[in-house]
Each structure stands twice: as structure tokens, then as C-alpha cells.
Design a protein around this ligand. Sequence first.
Ligand code: PLP
Length: 400
Amino acid sequence: MSVLSTTLSRVKPSPTIAMTTKAQELKAAGRDVIGLSAGEPDFDTPQNIKDAAIAAITAGKTKYTAVDGIPELKQAICDKFRRENGLSYEPAQVTVGTGGKQVLYNAFMATLNAGDEVIIPAPYWVSYPDMVLLGGGTPVIVECSLENQFKLTAEQLQAAITPKTKWFLFNSPSNPSGAGYSWDELKALTDVLMRHPHVWVMTDDMYEHLVFDDFKFCTPAQVEPGLYDRTLTVNGVSKAYAMTGWRIGYAAGPEELIKGMRKVQSQSTSNPCSISQWAAVEALNGPQGYIEDNKALFQRRRDLVVGMLNDAKGVNCPTPEGAFYVYPDISACIGKTSAAGTLIDTDEAFATALLEETGVAVVFGSAFGLSPNFRISYATSDEALAKACTRIQQFCEGLR
Ligand code: PLP
């Protein structure tokens, strides 16, 4: 009999990490590989943030801290929510964890009972369903259509809610589609939620600052203040400040929930890295100018990638409002055979053949719960993106 639990057997390892590992292996073997599978900005953490971390080390801020964050960081987070989202939270309503990932995980562990349902629109970030499973809950996946730019409709949300629904998980702009909900689109969803007082809202706002054109980011408790008492607003410094390795994420919500999450964290990791917390204080309180610079850079790359992918035969790529991903539809490629003779019967076969035959690493759509698609992370140089898209065009041209 296996040492591993039955709960664990329902969970799969992260497919994005698996694809990145495969690309690294090919690279190590001397192949010319362009990796478009990793979900992190390609530039360095700003110097003022690094300096704050160095100052923290020098000042000896290297000991255990309060389990879910130093008071200075909690205050900076309250100030951020007030300044950027019009949301009023007290420090006692704030929790800080080792990345947004741990914060989301704590929330599920603290709240789910067996059989509780969590509504997750697809395509979704790969970790959501597995976190729900680890917490003993049941993911309820609702597929969003290409026609609706991968966004959930009010009708779909209404139809998915049952007496067992515990959470509605919302992510805008989305990983993997980049889809961002406008105020009116989100209001249509919050109107539904107002009719179901037993449903809580977990909103993952990680890509808040990566939005393009004249898109205006908004978050559920801001759009519908009536949801404030049952909303957990999750965010972090990883994507906005190029701080993925520092591992700081945070959330704000009702105090009882925050206390429960703290209890989970107190019996697992305790506080997030003390030095990273001081760096995050500087990220949130310091100059914000680079956010605008990065947006301009990412928007240019998005336009390059969307344009080139739509010129590839059989690829249909909507223009996303934010994040640094595109999620093209490849229905027209399925059932064909690649130049090297591989049958492209699924999006996984497409991504595998693309990597093996052209050296371009993307992540297949089935990993995100909506097929047939693939995800490109365009957080890499224009040159690499143009080269990769040219190879994708050639690969698609070769499909018979
Ligand atoms: N949420 C989404 C949608 C993400 O894409 C990611 C990272 O890829 C996270 C949360 C977690 O980010 P972190 O743990 O680095 O804060």
C-alpha cells in the first residue's frame, strides 16, 4: 500500500512547471529552445526595493516576525487598498504569506469542509482546482467561451451556484487568458452574488497593475460594497514589482477569516521571510513609476504576439486586456499531422510537437481547463517573441 494519502492522489503536479522543466532539459542538451511557459516578468526587481532588503539585513531584521506579517507591511497594504482600490481595511483584517499562492491555500484550508463547492471559471490558473482538492473541497469548473473572450457570464455563474457553494473564485486579469473584466461585466456577476448570501468571493488580483489600453482594473468589493463582508481580496508583489522570488503575497477580508488563515499559517510555515517583508514595504510605499514603464513594454509585446499569432494558419488569438499571457484557440489545427508526422489530436500533442520540432515551449490548454488552446507568456524579449512566433507560424503552415 502506498504511503501517500488518497487526497494527494487526486492532485496533479503543476503542468506549467513540468513544461518549463522539459524545455530546460532540451536546452541543456544543446537545443535552441525559446521558453514561453514561465509566468514571471523577465526584468529585475527595482533597485530601491533591493536596497530596502539590504538595509533590513544590515539592521538585523533577520528574526521571526509576527506570523502573518510585520505591522509596517500590514499598514502599507491597508494604504494600498485605500489608495488604489477605494477599499477600507484595518491591519487586523490583513494577512501576509509566502506568496499569493500560500495566501490562497491558507484560505481554502481554513474554510473548506468536505463537499463544499468552489466555482472556478475556466481557463483557470493551474493551482486553483488542486488547492481546493487538497482542502477537501470540490472544484466546480465552468468553461468560458472564446466568443465571450474567456469571461464568465452572469447566467453561467447563476447556473453554477448550489446550496453547497462556498466560494466563487474570481481572477481578473486572468492567468492564462489575460482577460480583464470591465466594471459593468463584474457588476453583472456581483449582482448574481448579492442574490446568494451564502457564497463567499475570493478574488485573485495578482495582475491588477498589468492592464493595457484604456482598461480600468476593478475588484469585487469595490464594485459591490454589499459583498465586503464575504470577500477575500488577494494580491501580491510578485508580478507588479518583479518580485517572484521574494515570496510575498497578501489578502484582506473579514477578521474571523483572516484569523483562521493565520492559524493555518502558524502551524505550517510561520512568518514569510522577514527581509522580503521589508522589501515589500518599500515596493508598496516607494515610487511607483516603473509600473507604468512596464505596462508600456508589455503592451507592445502583447500587440506583437497577438498580431503574429493571428497570422499563423489555424490560430485564433483574442487580444487580452491584461497580464502577460495570450491564450490562442487552435481548434482548426486539431486532427492534423505535423511536418515530422505527429498526429495533433489534442492541445497537449500540439505543445509537445511544437517543442520537439521547433524548440518553442508553450503550455497546453488542458492544463488550464479549456481546450484546444495553448498559453504563451510574453514576459520575454521582443526578439525572442518574434522568433518564437515565426516558428509557430512555420509549424502551423506545415500541418497537413
Ligand atoms: N495567482 C495567479 C493568477 C498567478 O498567476 C500566480 C502566479 O503565477 C499567483 C496567484 C501566485 O503568485 P505568488 O505566489 O508569486 O504571489
